[in-house]
Write a protein that binds this ligand. Structure first.
Ligand code: PMP
Length: 290
Protein backbone atom coordinates (compact mmCIF):
# COMPACT_ATOMS: atom_id res chain seq x y z
CA UNK A 1 0.00 0.00 0.00
CA UNK A 2 1.33 3.44 -0.91
CA UNK A 3 0.38 6.35 1.30
CA UNK A 4 0.48 10.02 0.35
CA UNK A 5 2.11 12.33 2.85
CA UNK A 6 2.72 15.96 1.86
CA UNK A 7 3.27 15.27 -1.82
CA UNK A 8 5.27 12.04 -1.57
CA UNK A 9 4.11 8.41 -1.72
CA UNK A 10 5.54 6.10 0.95
CA UNK A 11 5.24 2.34 1.47
CA UNK A 12 2.96 1.59 4.45
CA UNK A 13 5.86 0.76 6.82
CA UNK A 14 7.53 4.08 6.06
CA UNK A 15 4.42 6.27 6.17
CA UNK A 16 5.07 8.09 9.44
CA UNK A 17 3.91 11.28 11.12
CA UNK A 18 5.86 13.23 13.75
CA UNK A 19 4.92 12.75 17.41
CA UNK A 20 4.88 16.58 17.54
CA UNK A 21 2.07 16.76 14.97
CA UNK A 22 -0.89 18.50 16.62
CA UNK A 23 -3.22 16.13 14.82
CA UNK A 24 -1.86 13.49 17.18
CA UNK A 25 -1.15 15.62 20.25
CA UNK A 26 -4.51 17.44 20.27
CA UNK A 27 -6.73 15.93 17.58
CA UNK A 28 -6.23 19.28 15.87
CA UNK A 29 -7.19 18.65 12.27
CA UNK A 30 -9.93 17.64 9.87
CA UNK A 31 -10.64 14.63 7.70
CA UNK A 32 -12.89 13.02 5.12
CA UNK A 33 -13.94 9.43 4.56
CA UNK A 34 -14.59 8.97 0.84
CA UNK A 35 -15.54 5.93 -1.25
CA UNK A 36 -14.62 4.87 -4.74
CA UNK A 37 -16.81 2.41 -6.60
CA UNK A 38 -16.24 0.84 -9.96
CA UNK A 39 -13.38 3.16 -10.91
CA UNK A 40 -15.06 6.40 -9.81
CA UNK A 41 -14.96 8.49 -6.65
CA UNK A 42 -18.42 9.21 -5.30
CA UNK A 43 -19.26 12.87 -4.58
CA UNK A 44 -15.61 13.88 -4.52
CA UNK A 45 -16.40 17.60 -4.93
CA UNK A 46 -18.83 17.49 -2.00
CA UNK A 47 -16.24 15.80 0.25
CA UNK A 48 -13.57 18.34 -0.73
CA UNK A 49 -16.03 21.19 -0.08
CA UNK A 50 -16.82 19.82 3.37
CA UNK A 51 -13.11 19.39 4.15
CA UNK A 52 -12.42 23.05 3.30
CA UNK A 53 -15.47 24.14 5.33
CA UNK A 54 -14.31 22.07 8.33
CA UNK A 55 -10.80 23.53 8.02
CA UNK A 56 -12.16 27.07 7.73
CA UNK A 57 -14.19 26.65 10.92
CA UNK A 58 -10.95 25.64 12.70
CA UNK A 59 -8.91 28.49 11.12
CA UNK A 60 -6.78 25.85 9.44
CA UNK A 61 -5.50 26.84 6.00
CA UNK A 62 -5.13 23.85 3.69
CA UNK A 63 -1.89 24.45 1.77
CA UNK A 64 -3.20 22.95 -1.48
CA UNK A 65 -5.80 24.19 -3.92
CA UNK A 66 -9.00 22.18 -4.34
CA UNK A 67 -7.75 20.96 -7.72
CA UNK A 68 -4.42 19.84 -6.24
CA UNK A 69 -6.15 18.02 -3.40
CA UNK A 70 -8.51 16.27 -5.82
CA UNK A 71 -5.55 15.23 -7.98
CA UNK A 72 -3.62 13.97 -4.91
CA UNK A 73 -6.66 11.87 -3.90
CA UNK A 74 -7.06 10.39 -7.39
CA UNK A 75 -3.31 9.77 -7.68
CA UNK A 76 -3.36 7.87 -4.36
CA UNK A 77 -5.97 5.53 -5.84
CA UNK A 78 -3.92 5.15 -9.05
CA UNK A 79 -0.69 4.44 -7.14
CA UNK A 80 -2.54 1.61 -5.36
CA UNK A 81 -4.35 0.50 -8.51
CA UNK A 82 -7.70 0.65 -6.70
CA UNK A 83 -11.09 0.91 -8.40
CA UNK A 84 -13.12 0.21 -5.26
CA UNK A 85 -11.78 1.77 -2.09
CA UNK A 86 -12.29 3.66 1.12
CA UNK A 87 -10.18 6.81 1.14
CA UNK A 88 -9.11 8.63 4.29
CA UNK A 89 -8.04 12.21 3.56
CA UNK A 90 -6.57 13.97 6.59
CA UNK A 91 -5.28 17.49 7.14
CA UNK A 92 -3.70 18.17 10.52
CA UNK A 93 -2.49 21.42 12.04
CA UNK A 94 1.02 20.08 11.47
CA UNK A 95 4.18 19.81 13.51
CA UNK A 96 4.40 22.20 16.47
CA UNK A 97 5.69 22.10 20.01
CA UNK A 98 4.02 20.70 23.12
CA UNK A 99 1.94 23.85 23.63
CA UNK A 100 -1.61 24.24 22.34
CA UNK A 101 -0.90 27.16 20.06
CA UNK A 102 -1.50 26.50 16.38
CA UNK A 103 0.74 29.51 15.69
CA UNK A 104 3.68 27.20 16.40
CA UNK A 105 2.57 24.87 13.60
CA UNK A 106 3.78 26.56 10.40
CA UNK A 107 2.79 23.83 7.94
CA UNK A 108 -0.30 21.60 8.00
CA UNK A 109 0.29 17.90 7.31
CA UNK A 110 -1.75 16.25 4.57
CA UNK A 111 -1.98 12.49 4.24
CA UNK A 112 -4.18 10.21 2.18
CA UNK A 113 -4.74 6.50 2.70
CA UNK A 114 -6.65 4.41 0.16
CA UNK A 115 -7.70 1.01 1.40
CA UNK A 116 -10.59 -1.40 1.24
CA UNK A 117 -13.27 -1.44 3.92
CA UNK A 118 -16.54 -3.17 4.64
CA UNK A 119 -18.12 -1.46 7.58
CA UNK A 120 -21.09 -3.69 8.30
CA UNK A 121 -21.57 -7.35 7.32
CA UNK A 122 -24.04 -7.87 4.46
CA UNK A 123 -26.56 -9.59 6.76
CA UNK A 124 -27.36 -6.26 8.45
CA UNK A 125 -28.52 -4.86 5.10
CA UNK A 126 -30.91 -7.80 4.76
CA UNK A 127 -31.99 -8.10 8.41
CA UNK A 128 -31.44 -4.60 9.77
CA UNK A 129 -29.56 -3.28 12.79
CA UNK A 130 -30.56 -3.15 16.43
CA UNK A 131 -29.49 0.12 18.02
CA UNK A 132 -29.64 1.72 21.44
CA UNK A 133 -29.53 5.33 22.62
CA UNK A 134 -26.14 6.23 24.08
CA UNK A 135 -25.97 8.01 27.42
CA UNK A 136 -23.07 10.06 26.04
CA UNK A 137 -24.55 13.26 24.58
CA UNK A 138 -23.45 14.58 21.19
CA UNK A 139 -21.00 17.46 21.63
CA UNK A 140 -22.85 20.75 21.84
CA UNK A 141 -22.59 22.92 18.70
CA UNK A 142 -21.59 25.73 21.10
CA UNK A 143 -18.57 23.69 22.23
CA UNK A 144 -17.34 22.07 19.02
CA UNK A 145 -19.72 22.12 16.05
CA UNK A 146 -20.58 18.50 15.11
CA UNK A 147 -20.85 19.82 11.54
CA UNK A 148 -17.04 20.07 11.56
CA UNK A 149 -15.52 16.71 10.67
CA UNK A 150 -12.56 17.11 13.00
CA UNK A 151 -9.98 14.63 14.27
CA UNK A 152 -11.63 14.91 17.70
CA UNK A 153 -13.83 11.80 17.59
CA UNK A 154 -13.73 10.93 21.29
CA UNK A 155 -17.35 11.95 21.75
CA UNK A 156 -18.38 9.48 19.05
CA UNK A 157 -15.97 6.80 20.27
CA UNK A 158 -17.35 6.94 23.82
CA UNK A 159 -20.85 6.48 22.45
CA UNK A 160 -19.67 3.66 20.17
CA UNK A 161 -18.12 1.87 23.18
CA UNK A 162 -21.50 2.02 24.92
CA UNK A 163 -22.99 0.30 21.90
CA UNK A 164 -20.29 -2.36 21.76
CA UNK A 165 -20.75 -3.02 25.48
CA UNK A 166 -24.46 -3.51 24.84
CA UNK A 167 -23.79 -5.78 21.84
CA UNK A 168 -25.02 -3.40 19.12
CA UNK A 169 -23.16 -2.02 16.11
CA UNK A 170 -24.40 1.58 16.20
CA UNK A 171 -25.91 3.99 18.73
CA UNK A 172 -28.23 6.97 18.60
CA UNK A 173 -26.82 10.15 20.08
CA UNK A 174 -29.00 12.87 21.58
CA UNK A 175 -28.13 16.53 21.95
CA UNK A 176 -28.22 18.48 25.22
CA UNK A 177 -31.98 19.03 24.71
CA UNK A 178 -32.55 15.29 24.60
CA UNK A 179 -33.40 15.45 20.90
CA UNK A 180 -32.03 13.05 18.31
CA UNK A 181 -28.84 14.35 16.69
CA UNK A 182 -27.38 11.44 14.72
CA UNK A 183 -25.48 8.22 15.34
CA UNK A 184 -21.83 7.72 16.33
CA UNK A 185 -20.77 7.57 12.68
CA UNK A 186 -23.97 7.83 10.63
CA UNK A 187 -26.94 10.13 10.04
CA UNK A 188 -30.47 8.92 10.80
CA UNK A 189 -33.74 9.04 8.86
CA UNK A 190 -37.25 7.93 9.76
CA UNK A 191 -40.23 7.17 7.53
CA UNK A 192 -43.74 7.73 8.86
CA UNK A 193 -46.89 7.56 6.77
CA UNK A 194 -44.92 7.90 3.52
CA UNK A 195 -42.96 10.97 4.66
CA UNK A 196 -39.25 11.05 5.44
CA UNK A 197 -37.75 12.89 8.42
CA UNK A 198 -34.21 13.65 9.55
CA UNK A 199 -32.81 15.96 12.24
CA UNK A 200 -31.47 19.34 11.03
CA UNK A 201 -27.72 20.01 11.24
CA UNK A 202 -28.30 22.45 14.12
CA UNK A 203 -29.64 19.54 16.21
CA UNK A 204 -26.00 18.37 16.34
CA UNK A 205 -25.52 16.34 13.17
CA UNK A 206 -22.73 16.19 10.66
CA UNK A 207 -23.90 17.32 7.21
CA UNK A 208 -23.43 13.84 5.79
CA UNK A 209 -22.69 13.52 2.09
CA UNK A 210 -24.80 10.34 2.03
CA UNK A 211 -27.56 12.28 3.82
CA UNK A 212 -27.42 14.76 0.91
CA UNK A 213 -27.68 11.92 -1.61
CA UNK A 214 -30.80 10.65 0.20
CA UNK A 215 -32.34 14.15 -0.09
CA UNK A 216 -31.79 13.98 -3.87
CA UNK A 217 -33.00 10.38 -4.20
CA UNK A 218 -36.07 11.20 -2.08
CA UNK A 219 -36.94 13.99 -4.49
CA UNK A 220 -36.51 11.72 -7.52
CA UNK A 221 -38.58 9.01 -5.85
CA UNK A 222 -41.28 11.48 -4.81
CA UNK A 223 -40.82 10.96 -1.06
CA UNK A 224 -41.48 14.19 0.84
CA UNK A 225 -38.71 15.10 3.30
CA UNK A 226 -38.82 17.22 6.43
CA UNK A 227 -35.73 18.28 8.36
CA UNK A 228 -37.25 18.50 11.82
CA UNK A 229 -36.22 17.84 15.39
CA UNK A 230 -36.95 14.27 16.41
CA UNK A 231 -37.42 12.76 19.85
CA UNK A 232 -36.75 9.16 20.85
CA UNK A 233 -40.55 8.73 20.80
CA UNK A 234 -40.56 9.67 17.10
CA UNK A 235 -38.06 6.88 16.51
CA UNK A 236 -40.04 4.31 18.53
CA UNK A 237 -43.21 4.92 16.51
CA UNK A 238 -41.57 5.29 13.07
CA UNK A 239 -42.70 2.95 10.29
CA UNK A 240 -39.11 2.63 9.10
CA UNK A 241 -35.67 3.85 10.15
CA UNK A 242 -32.42 3.80 8.24
CA UNK A 243 -28.93 5.16 8.78
CA UNK A 244 -26.65 6.73 6.19
CA UNK A 245 -22.90 7.16 5.89
CA UNK A 246 -20.09 6.80 3.40
CA UNK A 247 -18.96 3.56 5.02
CA UNK A 248 -22.40 2.24 5.98
CA UNK A 249 -24.17 3.43 2.80
CA UNK A 250 -27.91 3.02 3.61
CA UNK A 251 -28.60 0.53 6.37
CA UNK A 252 -31.95 -0.42 7.93
CA UNK A 253 -32.70 -0.23 11.66
CA UNK A 254 -35.26 -2.69 13.03
CA UNK A 255 -35.00 -2.15 16.78
CA UNK A 256 -34.45 0.97 18.91
CA UNK A 257 -33.97 0.51 22.66
CA UNK A 258 -35.99 -2.72 22.55
CA UNK A 259 -38.87 -1.23 20.50
CA UNK A 260 -39.42 -3.11 17.26
CA UNK A 261 -39.53 -0.75 14.27
CA UNK A 262 -42.33 -1.55 11.81
CA UNK A 263 -42.66 -5.33 11.62
CA UNK A 264 -39.04 -5.86 12.65
CA UNK A 265 -37.73 -6.27 9.12
CA UNK A 266 -36.22 -3.62 6.79
CA UNK A 267 -39.03 -1.42 5.43
CA UNK A 268 -40.11 -1.24 1.80
CA UNK A 269 -39.02 2.40 1.34
CA UNK A 270 -35.70 1.70 3.04
CA UNK A 271 -35.06 -1.14 0.61
CA UNK A 272 -35.83 1.20 -2.29
CA UNK A 273 -33.29 3.71 -0.96
CA UNK A 274 -30.68 0.96 -0.52
CA UNK A 275 -31.21 -0.11 -4.10
CA UNK A 276 -31.22 3.42 -5.52
CA UNK A 277 -28.11 4.31 -3.53
CA UNK A 278 -26.24 1.24 -4.74
CA UNK A 279 -27.21 1.99 -8.32
CA UNK A 280 -25.90 5.54 -7.93
CA UNK A 281 -22.57 4.34 -6.51
CA UNK A 282 -22.01 2.16 -9.58
CA UNK A 283 -22.95 4.75 -12.16
CA UNK A 284 -21.69 8.17 -11.03
CA UNK A 285 -18.54 9.84 -9.71
CA UNK A 286 -15.19 11.28 -10.72
CA UNK A 287 -13.23 8.82 -12.92
CA UNK A 288 -9.95 7.65 -11.33
CA UNK A 289 -8.20 6.46 -14.48
CA UNK A 290 -8.50 8.74 -17.49
N1 PMP B 1 -22.22 11.49 11.32
C1 PMP B 1 -20.99 11.22 11.78
C2 PMP B 1 -20.66 11.52 13.19
C3 PMP B 1 -20.02 10.67 10.92
O1 PMP B 1 -18.78 10.42 11.37
C4 PMP B 1 -20.36 10.40 9.58
C5 PMP B 1 -19.34 9.84 8.63
N2 PMP B 1 -18.95 8.53 8.95
C6 PMP B 1 -21.68 10.65 9.17
C7 PMP B 1 -22.57 11.21 10.06
C8 PMP B 1 -22.11 10.36 7.76
O2 PMP B 1 -21.50 11.28 6.89
P1 PMP B 1 -21.15 10.89 5.38
O3 PMP B 1 -22.42 10.49 4.74
O4 PMP B 1 -20.58 12.14 4.80
O5 PMP B 1 -20.16 9.78 5.43
Amino acid sequence: MKIYIDGTFYPEAEAKISVFDHGLLYGDGVFEGIRAYNGRVLKLDEHIDRLYDSAKALLLTIPLSREELIEATLETLRQNNLRDAYIRLVVTRGIGNLGLSPLRCPKPTIFIIAATLELYPEKYYREGLKVITAATQRTSPAALPPAVKSLNYLNNILAKIEGLNAGVEEVIMLNSEGLVAECSGDNIFTIKKGQMFTPPIYAGALGGITRGIIFDLGQTMGVPLKEIQLTRYDLFVADEIFLTGTGAEVIPVVDVDGRMIGDGTPGVMTQKFIEAYRHLTQTTGTPIFV
